[in-house]
Design a protein around this ligand. Structure first.
Ligand SMILES: [Zn+2]
Ligand SMILES: [Zn+2]
Length: 628
């Protein structure tokens, strides 16, 4: 138990307070101080992310209000790194800071791997120095001034100066307090030029803001998505998130200026393919230094708050849920659809939304939705689904409705009804040659009824002979044709087969339609499989099982030309799948800040040592690449 511990000043590093303790305790040996504070002689004097905090807090005088959390939050650089670390990794760092073995803290925080230089010497602001002396009679190390990339005091807006104390210390276990002696004020300030100074001040203000506010850590997916959304909004990526690298890099360098970017070790060039800017806008494979995130945040938004709090994505079709447009569904026109895939239409360069409803209907339209009416628009129906098909059957075969009444009920045009009658082999009443007029009414035959009869007969004729062209139908029923031609020509033109089709056309068209539907469903299923965090092998069997179309794909895949070509291109051999698992495992390890070792990759990927030569070569390549 310590007899006393110095009161920590606002924004003071814990390191700095320990240095003051060392002086006031009168201990001659720094090792004795460490022993007293941490119950360990091996603790290294660390400025940014120190360890041993649990023991230190336990040893504090009984009346002390200091907690481990308050030390981490207010007197270390943890809040500067935390928001940009994956939650698991941030937690591991916190645990290490509590314990007495701090070995991997800096690796985990991504500090070791970063190209951003850490300061060599403790830094200070001459004006802050004078103010603290006036106020407290002594001075201290400000944590903000030691943040990598912070070269200005955000309060006094002057450049920071180097003290004579190296951050790594003259001795590993000794703490050095700030003083007038080791912080000599250099009257000749470093001159950065006005434009750079302005940027450096903003950067130090943002770093200060991070330190003083508790932003939670976020997953890599969060950052990937957030950047994607912002890049799309700013026109640096298309609606699918494909980044216009050249334009992005040029604008970024123009925005900040080369000198500024060089001053904080963050220059980028388009010629260098592995530049950090191109990497940070891709799927995140590693942790990026907070400074680089701050640069991105200021480039793409107006503030850190906007970046973190405004969690919005690019939404060309607005927010979930969307309207079901299936006329047969009970939830017709209700906002029930939560499954929307947005892709990019190559032809019109617009976002294309594919809406999948729980009732089975899948439709698409191109965006963006501007008005309420846009939300009611179907661009293309990919499949009507089971609910719709059942209702069609019921209307035709149980309720025995006519063609137009059925179409009206289902809110589709008559041609769609006809197409599905053929597709599903339905037997509607209008395929029997009975007129649809009730006998009672038939007594009052007038011109209107005659017209109706002729129309129905013409439609029935088509229904019975779906493969015939208009000319061929005319030959079958010349009188009906002639009557309609003279009395109802517009209707006749609208309600006749459009094109002369070959004899076997119905079957062919059916498979074509089915092919298109199944292709869309298969693409949907595959992209869902690829999104899974742990890889699953893409096989025809698995896709079939997911879609409930296993038998169809087993037996008739040869008739589904597009679907077959697509499945051939995406399904994986065992080797393909092993390679994908290795790639995934390497990414996981890199992202977790772990060393890339062969046994770790194999274990994570669930592989044995007996790899085929192709897979082995791939693994070796990955191991080699991770060395840099
Ligand atoms: Zn200052
Ligand atoms: Zn629906």
């Amino acid at each position: 138990m310590l007899g006393f511990f110095p009161t920590l000043y606002p924004g003071e590093l814990l390191y700095s307070a320990i240095a003051r303790y060392q002086i006031r305790s009168g201990n001659l040996s720094p090792k004795l101080t460490i022993e007293e504070l941490f119950n360990s002689r091996s603790i290294t004097a660390t400025a940014d992310l120190p360890c041993g905090l649990d023991n230190l807090v336990k040893n504090l005088p009984p009346h002390s209000l200091i907690t481990v959390d308050s030390l981490i939050q207010h007197h270390t650089l943890y809040p500067f790194y935390c928001p940009f670390l994956p939650p698991k990794r941030a937690r591991q760092i916190e645990i290490s800071m509590r314990g007495i073995y701090g070995g991997n803290i800096h690796t985990r925080a991504g500090i070791m791997a970063s190209a951003i230089n850490t300061p060599q010497y403790f830094r200070f602001c001459p004006d802050c120095l004078q103010e603290t002396l006036d106020k407290y009679g002594e001075t201290y190390w400000h944590r903000l001034h030691q943040v990598p990339g912070v070269l200005f005091c955000p309060i006094h807006k002057i450049p920071l100066q180097n003290s004579q104390i190296p951050i790594q210390g003259f001795s590993k276990h000794e703490y050095y307090a700030a003083s007038l002696e080791n912080c000599p004020v250099d009257s000749e300030r470093q001159n950065y030029g006005k434009a750079i100074a302005k940027r450096l001040i903003t950067l130090s203000q943002d770093s200060f803001y991070l330190l003083e506010n508790t932003f939670p850590s976020r997953t890599r997916e969060w950052f990937t998505k957030r950047y994607q959304t912002l890049l799309i909004e700013k026109g640096y990526a298309n609606s699918t998130g494909r980044v216009r690298q050249k334009r992005l890099i040029e604008d970024f360098v123009f925005f900040y200026g080369k000198d500024f970017l060089q001053a904080i070790d963050s220059m980028v060039s388009y010629e260098d393919e592995s530049n950090w800017l191109s990497q940070i806008v891709r799927k995140h494979r590693k942790v990026f230094h907070p400074i680089r995130h701050l640069l991105m945040i200021r480039f793409l938004t107006d503030s850190i708050d906007t970046f973190f709090q405004n969690n919005k994505q690019y939404r060309p079709f607005g927010r979930s849920p969307w309207l079901c447009l299936n006329g047969a569904a009970e939830h017709y026109l209700q906002p029930v659809i939560t499954d929307l895939k947005v892709s990019h239409c190559l032809e019109n360069k617009k976002p294309l939304g594919t809406f999948t409803c729980s009732c089975g209907m899948i439709y698409s339209r191109s965006g963006e939705d501007q008005t309420e009416e846009d939300k009611l628009r179907i661009g293309r129906v990919i499949t009507y689904g089971q609910v719709w098909e059942d209702k069609l059957r019921e209307l035709l075969e149980v309720k025995k409705l006519g063609l137009r009444a059925t179409a009206r009920e289902l809110r589709v045009d008559t041609n769609t009804v006809k197409r599905y009658v053929a597709l599903l082999n339905l037997t509607p009443t209008w395929t029997n040659n009975q007129p649809q007029i009730k006998p009672k009414k038939a007594l009052l035959i007038d011109k209107k009824d005659i017209k109706q009869q002729k129309r129905d007969k013409w439609l029935n004729l088509q229904q019975e002979n779906p493969e015939l062209s208009k000319t061929e139908l005319r030959k079958l029923a010349p009188d009906i044709y002639a009557w309609l031609y003279h009395h109802d020509r517009e209707w006749l033109n609208k309600n006749s087969p459009k094109l002369k089709q070959p004899k076997s056309s119905i079957n062919k068209v059916d498979w074509n339609t089915r092919d298109g539907e199944i292709l869309a469903q298969a693409q949907n299923a595959v992209s869902k499989m690829l999104e899974k965090n742990k890889p699953v092998r893409i096989t025809v069997g698995r896709i079939g099982a997911t879609l409930g179309l296993k038998t169809l794909l087993d037996k008739h895949l040869d008739k589904l030309l597009q679907t077959k070509a697509y499945l051939d291109s995406v399904t994986e051999t065992v080797e393909d799948f092993q390679i994908r698992r290795i790639k995934w495992a390497v990414e996981e390890l890199e992202y977790g800040g772990e060393e890339i070792k062969e046994w770790k990759i194999l274990k994570l990927a669930g592989l044995q040592d007996n790899l085929t030569p192709k897979v082995r070569t791939y693994l070796e390549k990955q191991l080699k690449a991770s060395k840099f």
